[in-house]
Design a binder for this molecule. Structure first.
Ligand code: HEM
Length: 127
């Protein structure tokens, strides 16, 4: 049977693993540490809820936090093009570490790239 969603294809455990691998990198990335909290436990917990929903699983994020409004939730942070690139670099490495396979790898990165680009709110030269 062909899975209907990315969530169905990869499962919740992969999302958990992916998010752990991702924030391990975020917490060490010089472009990202200035805007993230030192303790990423709570950030990672929310991201697991969000990515579950984003990839077609149950709406866990909305149940707990309401409408995603991702751009608005990111407005307190200066998200420059190079921070977007750094975020995607951490995510690509995390997807590879987690061994998420094609075609899911490419589809996930495409969707995340669109959303990350939508999150930019600060030109490079102001930062
Ligand atoms: C929260 C940065 C892209 C999903 C945050 C926080 C920062 C941040 C600093 C707050 C962390 C905290 O206080 O716990 C960035 C940067 C991005 C980016 C630099 C680069 C473009 C994305 C993308 C997604 C995403 C593409 C989803 C696909 C989330 C979620 C939260 C969050 C779900 C938690 C929101 C909440 O408080 O409920 N992000 N983010 N972010 N981000 Fe991002």
């Amino acid at each position: 049977e062909r899975p209907n969603t990315i969530y169905e294809a990869i499962g919740y455990e992969k999302i958990e693993e992916l998010v752990e691998a991702f924030y391990k990198r975020v917490g060490k990335h010089p472009k990202l540490t200035p805007i993230f909290p030192d303790d990423l436990t709570e950030t990672a917990r929310k991201q697991k809820l969000f990515l579950t929903q984003f990839f077609g699983g149950p709406p866990l994020f909305t149940q707990e936090r309401g409408h995603p409004r991702m751009r608005m939730r990111h407005s307190p942070f200066e998200i420059t093009p190079s921070r977007r690139d750094a975020w995607l670099e951490c995510m690509t490495a995390a997807i590879d570490e987690t061994k998420i396979e094609e075609p899911y790898r490419t589809v996930m990165l495409e969707r995340l790239t669109l959303t990350a680009t939508h999150m930019m709110n600060t030109p490079e030269n102001e930062k």
